[in-house]
Structures are given as structure tokens and as C-alpha cells.
Design a binder for this molecule. Structure first.
Ligand SMILES: Cc1ncc(COP(=O)(O)O)c(C=O)c1O
Length: 393
């Protein structure tokens, strides 16, 4: 069958939706090498610039020397090493919750958790822009799924009322992100907490893009808003501002114990390498230090530089996180813009369907504390030029 899969690939290409892997030939950082050329990177989630830090490498290397490379088995067999236990107690302390459990990725965390906690008899109400991992977890649970338009509290409430009327015995989960991964805006968590209390629902908040960026010591938006006690299930990743890889859930001890017993993504998968857990521990220690706070302030300083240099109308009025979308709508136009920027020396990939809705293609600009002011200014200059060209053309 020589033409197997060819047709699907051709259709993707015709719709400007074909993806290809791009090889990064250098270390993580604000300057990376692509096809032998150095370009400025405005696309990573390494918001604090920790992925390549020497102290992170040292923590991982020490752990490799002490614990080896692989965990050798799943967590419940013999893969639960001291670094895993250390990481989980640090995460619980950092998030000011009773307990935590770590998974091998954020994706596995979402899928493993929602499918473990909800079942066919339950209802999961998702924000329309919730990450694919949360959607997949909800689907796998077999619960009834309801979706509310992004941050639309009225529609969320009407779904809650529907669940109360139609499925009075169901467990009802509200699932949202605190910072949305492709739009960079925030969820109205205080109002969502009020609704969840009114209707007796459970609240799941994915803090993937808030941790390290928002709140004292980068504890996230949940902590900043003082709603920790009301968020039943706090999710996060080790793979964004913490600069490593992996995911976690924080909450009450009983929640964590249930996940250890039920989450198939944890039970039936080899534990992540202990070195990653130790590097993540080093990242949390750093975030809690005065240097960590200074690094986070530098990130917000960089975001101010970006905001000051952006042409009006190109991006949302207010920057609320380290993620700044530049909207195009049309997939081909977004791809063209990304190609043009790459030619000028900036790596800012186009984000297209199905990561975002059809016709909502964009460039996703991300800023790191490690960027230099002149690097950000050169990006805003290029974006201004691009904007002028598109207005003229
Ligand atoms: C909001 C959100 N949740 C979960 C994930 C998955 O995390 P990970 O990359 O650690 O698998 C991501 C990242 O892709 C994300 O943006």
C-alpha cells in the first residue's frame, strides 16, 4: 500500500495545517540554532530561563550519579525513589496543599486524573479553551461533557443548573486553566469559586502557565487570589517555568491517595527519571529564593518592554501572562508571518487548528526572564514592520 496515509497528509497540506518537526541544534535559551542559523527564540515555555541553568544541570547530574538514569519500574512497583518523594512534598508545600502526586507529563496528569476521578454517571464542565489534555481526560472518563464559551460565567452557571436538575446524584467537575495556554489571559477564578460553592461542584484548575509567572514566588494565580482552599484539584506541569518535564496534582491527602490507586497514567507507566525530579526540586527551591523572585520580576519587566513596543491593535490590550497572541485568523497568513519572522531571525511559530479553533490561527509570542531588552525591542520592531506591511498590503 504505497499511498497509505498520503491522502490525509495532502489534505492537511492543502489546508495549511501540515506540521513538521523542527530540529533545535543548540541548548535551550533565548538564542537557538535552527538549520545552522542562530535565531532569537520567542516560542518556548521556559519563562524563567531555568531549562539550561547550571544549578539545574548540577542537580540532575548529582541525581544521575546517586540514583542512575532510569527509575526501573512504575511508581507502585519499585520506581518510587527518594527524589520522587522529595519532589511531591516540595510541591505540596509550594502550593500550600496537604499532598501532591507527580506524573511523567502534564498531558498524562490531566488524562490520568480526570479519567480516574469522574465516571459515566458524572458531569464535566469545561471552558471552551481548555487544553487538549483536559479534553482528552474528560472524554476518557466517559462522563457527560458540557462546554461553556471561554470565561462565560453565565453559561457556566446554566450548565451547573442543568446538572443539578438533570443529574442530581452526579459529581460535577468544573475544569479550567488559570492562564490559558494559547491566549495568555486569565480565568475569573474568584467568580468560578463562588459558583462552584453555590452548586456544590468540584473545581479543577490547571496552573501550567501560571506557576513561576504569577503570585508570590510564582505559586500561581490560585494562591495569588487566595482561593487555594476552594480549588479541589490543582494541576500543574514541571515542563514550563520549572524548566524540566512532568506534571502534578496538588490537593487533599485523600484525593492524592485515590489518584495513586486509580490513575492509570501513573499506575501503568514507568516512573519518570529521578534526575528530573531532583532538577524540579532545584527549580522550586530557586523560585522560593530572593533570586527567584528577582528573576520573576525581570520577566514582568520584559513583558512591559514588549507591551511598550507592540503596535496597537496587534495583540490584546492588556498583557496578563508571559503568553502574547498575535492574531491572524487565516492559517496561511499566520504561517506566512511565521516564515517571514524566521527569515528575519525570530522563532515564533504559527499556532493553528486543532490547537486553536479553525480560523483562529495566530503567532504565540512567549517572553522569558532570560531575554535581553534589546532582543525584545528587535522583535517588536519586526512585528511593527510586519503590521505596517499587512495594513498597506
Ligand atoms: C494548559 C496546559 N496543560 C497541560 C499541558 C501538558 O503539559 P506537558 O507539556 O507537561 O505534557 C500543557 C502543555 O502543553 C498546557 O499548556
Amino acid at each position: 500500500m504505497p499511498r497509505l496515509f498520503e491522502e490525509e497528509l495532502t489534505v492537511l497540506e492543502q489546508r495549511s495545517l501540515l506540521r513538521k518537526l523542527r530540529e533545535i541544534e543548540s541548548q535551550p535559551g533565548t538564542i537557538v540554532t535552527v538549520q545552522g542559523r542562530q535565531v532569537l527564540n520567542f516560542s518556548s515555555n521556559d519563562y524563567l530561563g531555568l531549562a539550561g541553568e547550571q544549578f539545574m544541570r548540577d542537580a540532575a547530574k548529582r541525581a544521575i550519579d546517586e540514583y542512575g538514569v532510569g527509575a526501573t519500574a512504575s511508581r507502585l512497583v519499585c520506581g518510587n525513589t527518594t527524589p520522587h518523594a522529595m519532589l511531591e512534598s516540595k510541591l505540596a508545600e509550594f502550593k500550600r496543599t496537604e499532598a501532591a502526586v507527580a506524573f511523567s507529563s502534564g498531558y498524562a496528569t490531566a488524562v490520568g486524573t480526570l479519567s480516574a476521578l469522574a465516571s459515566r454517571a458524572d458531569v464535566i464542565i469545561l471552558d471552551k479553551l481548555a487544553h487538549a489534555s483536559l479534553i482528552d481526560g474528560a472524554r476518557l472518563s466517559n462522563a457527560t461533557i458540557r462546554v461553556f464559551p471561554h470565561n462565560d460565567l453565565k453559561k457556566l452557571e446554566s450548565h451547573l443548573q442543568w446538572a443539578k436538575d438533570e443529574a442530581p446524584d452526579a459529581r460535577v467537575f468544573i475544569v479550567t486553566e488559570s492562564i490559558f495556554s494559547m491566549d495568555g489571559d486569565r480565568a475569573p477564578l474568584v467568580e468560578i469559586v463562588a459558583l462552584k460553592q453555590d452548586y456544590g461542584a468540584l473545581l479543577v484548575v490547571d496552573e501550567a502557565h501560571a506557576v513561576g509567572v504569577i503570585g508570590d514566588n510564582g505559586r500561581g494565580l490560585v494562591d495569588k487570589l487566595g482561593v487555594t482552599a476552594h480549588v479541589d484539584i490543582q494541576m500543574g506541569t514541571l515542563s514550563k517555568a520549572l524548566g524540566v518535564a512532568g506534571g502534578y496534582i496538588c490537593g487533599k491527602r485523600k484525593l492524592i491517595d485515590l489518584l495513586i490507586n486509580r490513575a492509570r497514567a501513573l499506575i501503568y507507566s514507568t516512573a519518570p527519571p529521578p534526575a528530573l525530579a531532583m532538577a524540579a526540586c532545584a527549580a522550586i527551591d530557586f523560585m522560593e529564593s530572593p533570586e527567584g523572585e528577582a528573576r520573576r520580576r525581570r520577566l514582568w519587566g520584559n513583558l512591559k518592554v514588549l507591551a511598550a513596543g507592540l503596535p496597537t491593535g496587534l495583540t490584546p490590550e492588556k498583557i496578563q501572562s508571559a503568553i502574547v497572541p498575535v492574531m491572524f485568523g487565516d492559517e496561511e497568513r499566520a504561517l506566512e508571518a511565521a516564515r517571514w519572522l524566521l527569515e528575519k531571525g525570530f522563532l515564533v511559530p504559527a499556532i493553528r487548528y486543532p490547537t486553536v479553533a479553525r480560523g483562529a490561527a495566530r503567532l504565540r509570542v512567549t517572553v522569558s526572564a532570560a531575554h535581553m531588552t534589546d532582543q525584545i525591542e528587535s522583535l517588536t520592531e519586526a512585528l511593527r514592520l510586519m503590521h505596517e506591511k499587512s495594513v498597506e498590503g
